[in-house]
Design a protein around this ligand. Structure first.
Ligand code: ATP
Ligand code: MG
Length: 209
């Protein structure tokens, strides 16, 4: 069983969204996938999965709330992939989750306001030797400026961290689809569908290999 987690020090950077995008990609590729939702205040993924079920969106995606990774490890069997979503704040759980995961995605915006805390967390997590090489930074909710994107990529490369080789572009339409229980390439708009395919494939490849 593979575990792919989304962690961060910032709220609202797309952790829960990318967790759902990856879960959808895995399910559509015939993997048995579960979302472990550790954000017990918001339960974003659990709520979304229920909405998805109510709206009859196929394939069905299971999401369950968990308080600790130990509990998840003990109770969850028979899945190919568990996608872990966490709160927008780095705490003890962040370190636990990162140690137990096969891959740790850190979504971040392109601004220094977002990059600074993200890279600080990446450095902190890298102090645990086994975690360092699992960290992948994902440029998330990116705008249309090529210059900002290039600057952000240079900053991440300079800090010595791996980056997903696709970005998650900011588009209003993704929100409407999330509100219907869909994610990523399940978008009804063909442009949004196309915009999410690269990031989906890039995350899925890393998560399953
Ligand atoms: N590519 C995108 N384009 C536009 N809006 C997006 C995109 N991705 C996510 N959003 C929206 O941005 C908001 C924050 O996203 P999300 O909930 O995934 O962030 P988060 O990191 O999980 O936040 P939190 O730290 O509060 O858990 C949501 O309203 C979501 O619908
Ligand atoms: Mg969230």
């Amino acid at each position: 069983m593979r575990i792919a987690s989304f962690v961060g020090q910032k709220g609202g950077v797309g952790k829960s969204t990318l967790a759902r995008v990856l879960a959808v990609a895995a399910a559509r590729a015939q993997h048995k996938v579960l979302i472990g939702d550790f954000d017990l205040e918001q339960l974003t993924c659990v709520e979304w999965a229920a909405l998805r079920l109510r709206n009859g969106v196929e394939p069905e995606i299971e999401a369950r709330a968990f308080k600790s990774l130990k509990k998840l490890r003990k109770t969850v069997v028979g899945y190919d992939l568990v996608v872990v979503d966490t709160r927008g704040l780095a705490d003890e759980l962040t370190e636990d989750v990162s140690r137990e995961s096969d891959i740790v995605f850190l979504p971040t915006g392109t601004s220094m306001d977002d990059l600074r805390p993200t890279l600080a967390l990446a450095r902190k997590l890298s102090k645990t030797r086994t975690v360092g090489n699992k960290i992948v930074i994902v440029l998330s909710k990116t705008g249309r400026s090529e210059r900002l994107l290039e600057q952000a990529e240079a900053t991440i490369a300079e800090a010595g961290f791996d980056m997903l080789n696709a970005v998650w572009p900011e588009r209003d339409g993704f929100q409407a689809d999330l509100d219907l229980g869909r994610a990523g390439s399940e978008a009804s708009n063909p442009y949004l569908k196309k915009a999410s395919q690269d990031v989906e494939q890039a995350m899925l490849t890393l998560a399953m290999s």
